[in-house]
Design a protein. Sequence first.
Length: 207
Amino acid sequence: MREIIEHIASTYDRIAENYTRSSRAFNETLMHGEIMALAQKWGCNFGNSTALDLGCGPGGLMVRLKKMGAEVYGIDISQKLLEIARGRDLANLTHGSMHKVADFYPQESFDLVVSNYALHYLPQEGQELAIRGAYTILKPGGLLVYSLNHPFFLRGGCFDGEKPSLGRTTDYFSPCRTDSWGQKEFGEELRMFRMDWPEIHALNRRA
């Protein structure tokens, strides 16, 4: 897992500025709002909360939480992305991997832990450690709200070399566990690691 994490860090360090620009519409316009809405649905009062963003990247979700009155913290593996976040007047930023989150923060210290499209870069073992760690640092009654790429889209390597499409379901239940995600315009590629919905559900119940 160490090699995978080092590759994630070095890749995002190289593409940090371009990634921040290219992902803004999807993350900050769409996904961050969905995460905030889910947190509100389940009773989060942002104005009286401490919130941590796992894999905070350039800090867009932290900015939105801060505007709502939350005391915000972030952790990310990329130093360059954290530099961009600091440039957005964000503090409380930690350089580190999500799977060791419980090593960086005290137990029961957050009302809310969020993560947007980040956990699936870790192998299954790392995802489990990150989720268990998140529950460790949450206060009693705290919320963990996170997004992942749908497992269907992490089956590209199972389609005889073809990428999956919305209308194709062949081999949906295949044992394939990884796929590659390419930022072709940057000449970079990262792996994603799949957990299926029953596994994700079971993990959150056990944590």
